[in-house]
Design a protein around this ligand. Structure first.
Ligand code: AMP
Ligand code: MN
Ligand code: MN
Length: 316
């Protein structure tokens, strides 16, 4: 592993304009790992560009926003591409084009990463890509801003240091980040807790519509485009719903679906105990982690529910 880290750092030091990106609908880990790297690259006197899909305002508290570009990313030019927290080429969305154009460094912790980079630094089941970024950057020096971005990513993917993927090494990394006097309370409250008014209302709607199956072991819900429009929201207001569903006592598997694009539904799965939802997501061409996975299905709403139910029935 040390050798790969050295290779990554060497490649960065010999490049000037470095494009960074992560999976579509980026979460705290995707955004945090990109921003941490961008801040480091900037401090080395180079130019970072973070090409990401639009993300929720609660992540705007993180330093490094000045490097973020959401629009016309196909026009961005650089001389190195770093993909973070993304398992496959397709999950990069528009940023997929950079793989073919530039030397690509692929840094990720997802099962089933397709090793699409020229350098692939993949540790499946690691707490977060942000902790991997910590391990890369700690050799070269981390400042308060870099530490803040890394902290956001780590707490995002570990559910605030509570999921089983949290290790002693994760805690040690966080200890080191705390030593840099990061505003941890502010970051935690914003990244983990804050939601828009629309998100609050849509959560209420999703809970109201939720349905139990298998004697309360499965709980699912869905939000339609109509629901989103009613509360003047966007799909970015929905990403906290599935964790509310899995938090219900007795529930072992939760899934949540919403219509991201016309006729195409995004499904989020969460699991507890021995249940593996990555396997379910795989059936539909998706993936992720054993206890948190997702996929996209292009069928009518009711059929999406039926197909998923059929797969989940097999687990009981
Ligand atoms: P989400 O439910 O979107 O928070 O995603 C949970 C996990 O599943 C994350 O690790 C994602 O990277 C992964 N995931 C979500 N959607 C997809 C997809 N369409 N294909 C592959 N992996 C996905
Ligand atoms: Mn992610
Ligand atoms: Mn991640």
């Amino acid at each position: 592993m040390e050798k790969i880290i050295d290779e990554i750092l060497k490649k960065i030091s010999t490049s000037e304009k470095i494009i960074l990106s992560a999976h579509t609908n980026p979460d705290a880990d995707a955004i945090g790992s990109c921003l941490a790297f961008a801040l480091k690259i900037k401090s080395m006197g180079k130019t970072p560009i973070v090409a990401l899909e639009q993300f929720d305002e609660r992540f705007k508290i993180l330093p490094g926003q000045e490097f973020v570009v959401h629009d016309n990313i196909e026009d961005i030019e650089g001389d190195l591409f770093i993909s973070l927290d993304c398992a496959t080429e397709a999950r990069l969305g528009k940023a997929e084009i950079f793989i073919k154009k530039y030397f690509t460094i692929n840094i990720d912790h997802h099962h089933g990463n397709t090793n699409f980079g020229n350098i692939n630094y993949i540790i499946p089941d690691f707490s977060s890509t942000s902790e991997m970024v910590y391990n890369i950057l700690k050799k070269t020096g981390i400042n308060k801003d870099i530490a803040s971005a890394i902290y956001a990513g780590i707490i995002g993917d570990t559910g605030g240091l509570r999921h089983p993927c949290t290790t002693i090494e994760t805690m040690e990394a966080v200890t080191e980040l705390f030593k840099l006097d990061i505003p941890f309370s502010k970051i935690y409250n914003s990244v983990m807790g804050e939601k828009s008014v629309a998100a609050h209302k849509l959560l209420g709607r999703a809970i109201e519509k939720s349905v139990f199956l298998h004697n309360g072991k499965v709980l699912y819900s869905g939000i339609t485009k109509k629901d989103i429009e009613e509360f003047n929201g966007t799909y970015k207001d929905l990403d906290m719903i599935v964790s509310e569903l899995i938090s219900v006592r007795g529930v072992k598997i939760a899934f949540f679906i919403y219509e991201k694009e016309e006729g195409s539904f995004k499904v989020s799965f969460r699991a507890k105990d021995e249940y593996n939802v990555c396997a379910v997501a795989n059936v539909f061409g998706g993936g992720g982690h054993i206890k948190a996975a997702g996929c996209t299905i292009s069928l009518p709403f009711d059929e999406v529910i039926e197909k998923i139910k059929e797969e989940i029935d097999k687990l009981f």
